[in-house]
Ligand binder design. Structure first.
Ligand code: FES
Length: 112
């Protein structure tokens, strides 16, 4: 069972990294993991790539995870604070090769 656990790090504004253990055998998205870990991710669209309140940046991790998919890009284009490694966390399924990934949450509370 422990084989199905990975560790994702969330970089706080202070630069500190918080480790979150994440199961990879439950088809969870990164957004669901962040919400379950008490991060202020509103996810108002429920994971449909329509609200961008789950906007994150992949700080460290496999390059393939730094590239947003087309539906994400459409949504990300509407945001002011977008980086080359911006993603919508709801579109990222937790997988074994995300072990050790570092993300920053860019969605701010003023998003609605
Ligand atoms: S939860 Fe709405 S875009 Fe990700």
């Amino acid at each position: 069972m422990a084989d199905d656990l990975i560790t994702i790090f969330v970089e706080e504004e202070s630069g500190e990294k918080r480790a979150i253990e994440a199961p990879t055998d439950m088809q969870l998205s990164l957004m669901e993991l962040l919400k379950a870990s008490d991060y202020p991710v509103q996810a108002t669209c429920g994971g449909m790539a329509l609200c961008a309140t789950c906007h994150v940046e992949v700080v460290e991790g496999d390059d393939s995870y730094k590239e947003a998919t087309d539906p994400e890009l459409d949504m990300l284009d509407t945001l002011p604070e977008v980086t080359d490694a911006s993603r919508l966390a709801c579109q990222m399924r937790l997988a074994d090769d995300m072990d050790g990934m570092v993300v920053r949450i860019l969605a701010k509370e003023e998003c609605s």
